[in-house]
Design a protein around this ligand. Sequence first.
Ligand SMILES: Nc1nc2c(c(=O)[nH]1)N[C@H]1C(S)=C(S)[C@@H](COP(=O)(O)O)O[C@H]1N2
Ligand SMILES: [Mo]
Length: 220
Amino acid sequence: MQKRRDFFKLITKWIFGLGVLLSPLAFFVKKSNSQGERKLIPKDIEWTDLRNWNPKDLDASNLKITPLNNFGTMGLEDYSANLSEWRFVVDGHVERVLNFTYEDLLSLDSIEKPVLMICPGFFVNHGLWKGISIEKLLRLALPKMGVTHVTFRGPEGNYEKVMRVPLEEAIAEKVFVAYQVNGERLPQKHGFPLRLVAEGYYGYDWVKYVYKMTAEVIET
Ligand SMILES: Nc1nc2c(c(=O)[nH]1)N[C@H]1C(S)=C(S)[C@@H](COP(=O)(O)O)O[C@H]1N2
Ligand SMILES: [Mo]
C-alpha cells in the first residue's frame, strides 16, 4: 500500500512538473498563432509594393522608420487650430466630461510606438508615434457600465471625419491619440494638434485634427 502511494506521489509530481515546464511553451504557441496570420514584411521590401497591402495583414516590426520628410499626406492638410481656444474633449457615457488644453495633453503619461500607415495605392509611412493611450483617458473620465465603442472626431466644423472603434482595440493601444511623430511636434499637415493612430486600419481612418473622443454604448 505504501509503495502504491509513493508511486502516485511520484506520478503527481511528474505531471505537475511537466505542466510547469510546458506552460510557457503553450503561451508561446498561442502567441505565435495569433500573429501567424500577419505577414512579416522583409527588411528590403520595395516600398511601392507595400502601398497595395492591407495593414491588418502585415507585421511591420522589421521596417525602418520613415523620415518625416518622406511622409506622404492625403485629405485635409491645412486645418489651423487656435491653441488658446482649442480643447480636446472626452465625453459620452462617462461620469466626468473632460476638457484638455494642448498643454494638459503633453503633461499626461505618454506612450510611443512605431505604427504603419497605408493609404492604399498612394503611400506608406512607418512613423514613430507618441501620444496618450485611450485607457488612460477613459480612466480619467470614469466610463459608466456598458461602454462598447469609442468614437473620434476631427476637426470641429464642416470637414469633420468620424472613426469608431471597439473598446477592446482602443484599450489594447492599437488605437491612440498622438501629438508627436518621429520625435517632432505633429506637423500641421499630419493633424496638429492631435490625430488618431490606428494600427491595422487604412490611413483613411487615422482621423487628423481630433478634438473629441466619445465613449458609447452601441448595441450590435
Ligand atoms: N480630418 C481628416 N482626417 C484625415 C483625412 C481627412 O481628409 N480629414 N484623410 C485621411 C486619409 S485618406 C489618410 S491616408 C490619412 C493621411 O494622413 P497624413 O496626411 O498625415 O499622411 O489621413 C486621414 N485622416
Ligand atoms: Mo487615404
